[in-house]
Design a protein around this ligand. Structure first.
Ligand SMILES: Nc1ncnc2c1ncn2[C@@H]1O[C@H](COP(=O)(O)OP(=O)(O)OP(=O)(O)O)[C@@H](O)[C@H]1O
Ligand SMILES: [Mg+2]
Length: 377
């Protein structure tokens, strides 16, 4: 994992190790000098050497705090620099063209089912000794959604979207990069594993929330225009559309329901044709004419991308979880999250504004933790 690699190679870690060596060497040198020069030097109490070592370590710790509390930016996914129609994943050196029907049929070996939704059945598969995810259309009735999702996957390839490796419209298959940690629904389970203990911190969890809001921002400013993440009628459903990558960030995986909003042509959207219920969806997504009047899709008003903003506090709160410091972050995000829950869509902030606030809170809290630690030293 990137963060592990970053830590082992840190200049601060080297500096600290050197400091330990230096203090060790000093005491050895001192012993040698003591034996050379005799009694006068033995008068220096060993506690002084110990105190000196501790002071030196503290000074170094003080100056290395930034390194301890500020994780390095993660490197962009490897597919970032491939031209359209090509991909690169894992340790691949070169970009490869998307796999064709023929290649998908002959080179991909389906292993076991790892997920299923209304549109796709997803199988862990193998291609050239690499793990990949093969999605198959579940039923022909869902073909339009499947093709919409495929078109979006092709057009929106970026660090925010799962890497497309190939597709075959004739066979209704899509091949994407496999993410062993699965969807965001498994986040808590994953973070409870002892090997992820180190990343189960408010800092990393807030970073995940920032990844999530950055994806919403990307969809709202996509190369196709303002896209709304419609496949999100409750929290578990929403979480199932995103994958947790092995370097601990988020990519969106399911782009089957991304209608386009165009404010200048007054084109708005409706997420599905059925009545929606509950607090998770935005109030404008609910049937507005009371229980006495039966739901009628034709009479249901349409809405815009601000329905995604309404849902951000709930998703972020899930991502923040309940670790030490999560509540402190929630407290600092209270105002922006309150604004997201404005009944009037236009009064809700943009994803950019939310992202900026998250970033400020992250920096502020890091600074606070650092100065508290400095005071303790
Ligand atoms: N590349 C992948 N790597 C690992 N797991 C995956 C991958 N793609 C999908 N999955 C798993 O399969 C599940 C279903 O995938 P997906 O959401 O694309 O299906 P769907 O049928 O479009 O869902 P929906 O019912 O939301 O329309 C995901 O939630 C995830 O658990
Ligand atoms: Mg899905």
């Amino acid at each position: 994992m990137d963060w592990k690699r970053e830590r082992s190679g840190s200049p601060c870690r080297k500096l600290l190790a050197e400091a330990q060596e230096i203090t060790g060497d000093n005491s050895m040198e001192k012993k040698a000098q003591d034996s050379r020069k005799g009694a006068p030097h033995r008068a220096v109490p060993p506690a002084v050497g110990l105190l000196f070592s501790m002071a030196l370590m503290n000074t170094l710790l003080y100056f290395c705090l930034d390194w301890f509390f500020i994780s390095r930016p993660r490197s962009a996914p490897s597919s970032a620099h491939c031209p359209h129609g090509h991909f690169r994943m894992g340790q691949m050196k070169n970009c490869s063209p998307w796999l064709s029907c023929e290649e998908l049929r002959t080179e991909v070996r389906q292993l076991k089912r790892v997920g299923e939704g209304a549109v796709k059945r997803v199988f862990l598969s193998e291609w050239k000794e690499r793990k990949v995810a093969l999605s198959r259309l579940t039923s022909l009735e869902m073909k339009d959604d499947f093709l919409h999702g495929l078109r979006m996957l092709k057009t929106l390839q970026s660090k925010h979207v799962v890497t497309l490796l190939g597709y075959c419209e004739e066979d209704n298959t899509i091949l994407t990069e496999y993410h062993p940690l699965g969807s965001l629904s498994n986040l808590e389970e994953t973070l409870n594993l002892s090997k992820y203990h180190g990343v189960n911190t408010w800092q990393h969890r807030l970073q995940l929330a920032m990844n999530y809001v950055a994806i919403i921002h990307y969809l709202h400013h996509s190369p196709l225009g303002t896209l709304v993440m419609c496949d999100s009628s409750d929290l578990p459903k929403t979480l199932s559309q995103y994958l947790l990558t092995s370097n601990f960030s988020i990519v969106v995986n399911d782009l089957d329901a991304l209608p386009l909003v165009n404010h200048s042509s007054r084109t708005f959207v409706k997420c599905g044709h059925r009545e929606l219920h509950g607090d998770f969806v935005a109030p404008e997504q609910l049937w507005p004419y009371g229980e006495d009047m039966p739901f009628d899709d034709d009479l249901m008003p349409s809405y815009d991308e601000k329905i995604d903003i309404w849902k951000i506090p709930d998703v972020s709160s899930f991502l923040l979880g309940h670790v030490e410091g999560s509540d402190m972050v929630r407290f600092h995000l209270f105002d922006i999250h309150k604004a997201c829950k404005s009944q009037t869509p236009a009064e809700r902030p943009t994803a950019r504004e939310i992202l900026d606030t998250y970033e400020k809170v992250l920096n502020l809290l890091r600074e606070t933790v650092m100065s508290q630690t400095r005071e303790m030293l």
